[in-house]
Write a protein that binds this ligand. Structure first.
Ligand code: NAD
Ligand code: G3P
Length: 330
């Protein structure tokens, strides 16, 4: 099995390590030549995972070289840039390769899930497109802390091939055929993590966070089901699992971004605190909300996050709006 990992940020690098540790032949593509050189020559990605010694991994700035002969192409770039990146890579994508998305977001404007963006840009049969999602904070994975994930693909044989390519003593992948559920879980939990960060930044404790996670799960499940997801997927690793990890961990960029806002910091200050890494929920809160609106699905926490991030709503006012909603059965 040969894999090309396109994107050398936190998760692309960590997942390339998982693949290499699983015995898969991996080549990474990095946007900057110096990052490719550091990975290949010094076995380190100093910008994203400083101090972590990587296994021997080939790395290049030339996407054509990275893609040559790949059985699995791992797409490890931010969701809002995936379309542009794919347009550049498309001609070099091996015809039969599985295209595996790691990105957790909904495209702004089109409101498409990442697998839909891949189909639209590449024209690939949806059976060739897989997504990987679950509670997978990159810094814990590179420390080889045990973690599980879900690989979803309409073609179960391809899901199993990817599963075999990335199973290690610390990384346990499960297969699933529910691509929609995995993608909705992954994209929406970032928005709920922003909300939890905001709540924690303003000084609220565990009851608030637990309430937010649970009601967040309710609204994410409503959207997923409306789009055709299986509720069990959202009760699994790609739903509850990722919600708990992202909403609770100080390692989460989304939660950390929200925390700065909750502490009274500006969007610019929160962006700086992210150290140039992507907090996907900031853009996806708007696209998730628009997607929900188009299916007549209520997502009050997502709406509150969107209004705080993009419409100047104050955090106390957002909390007042959420708690002032009509009371109803669970
Ligand atoms: N970091 C994690 O712990 C983690 C875990 C699971 C999933 N994810 C998801 O994986 C995806 C990638 O996240 P990441 O953590 O690797 O992000 P990151 O910000 O750490 O890195 C993004 C990478 O994409 C590259 N890139 C390529 N083209 C780009 C462009 N046009 N604009 C900006 N960047 C471009 C950057 O150079 C960088 O190497 C996101 O959707 C994220 O939600 C991240
Ligand atoms: O750091 P975050 O908030 O992008 O979250 C990373 C992963 O998606 C957690 O599974």
């Amino acid at each position: 099995m040969k894999a090309a990992v396109l994107g050398a940020g936190s998760w692309g690098t960590a997942f390339a390590k998982v693949l290499a540790d699983a015995g898969t032949d991996v080549t990474m593509w990095a946007r900057r030549p110096e990052v490719a050189a550091a990975i290949a020559d010094r076995r380190e990605n100093p910008d994203y995972l400083p101090g972590v010694t990587l296994p021997p991994i080939a790395a290049t700035h030339d996407h054509v070289a990275a893609l040559a002969g790949a059985d699995v192409v791992v797409l490890a770039v931010p969701s809002q840039t995936l379309r542009g990146n794919l347009a550049t890579w498309q001609a070099a994508l091996p015809e039969q390769a599985t295209l595996l998305s790691l990105a957790k977001g909904i495209e702004t404007g089109t409101l498409l899930r990442m697998s839909q963006v891949i189909t639209q840009v590449t024209g690939a049969d949806p059976a060739r497109i897989a997504v990987l999602s679950g509670p997978n904070l990159a810094k814990e994975i590179v420390a080889c802390q045990p973690s599980a994930t879900v690989i979803a693909c309409a073609d179960s044989a391809r899901a199993i091939d990817v599963q075999k390519a990335c199973v290690t003593g610390y990384f346990r992948p499960y297969t699933n055929s529910d691509v929609i559920g995995c993608e909705i879980g992954g994209a929406c939990k970032n928005v709920i993590a922003l909300a939890c960060g905001i709540a924690s930044g303003i000084g609220m404790g565990e009851n608030t966070i637990a309430s937010m996670i649970t009601r967040g799960l309710a609204e994410v499940t409503r959207l997923g089901v409306a789009l055709g997801a299986t509720p069990a997927t959202l009760a699994g690793l790609a739903g509850v699992g990722d919600l708990v990890a992202t909403c609770s961990s100080p390692l989460s960029r989304n939660r950390s971004f929200g925390r700065v806002l909750g502490e009274g910091g500006s969007m610019e200050r929160a962006q700086e605190a992210a150290h140039g890494q992507v907090a996907e929920g900031v853009k996806s809160c708007t696209s998730v909300l628009a997607l929900a609106d188009s299916y007549d699905v209520e997502m009050p926490i997502t709406e509150a996050v969107h209004r705080v991030c993009h419409q100047g709503l104050s955090v106390p006012d957002a909390i007042g709006i959420l708690l002032g909603r009509r009371i109803k059965p669970e």
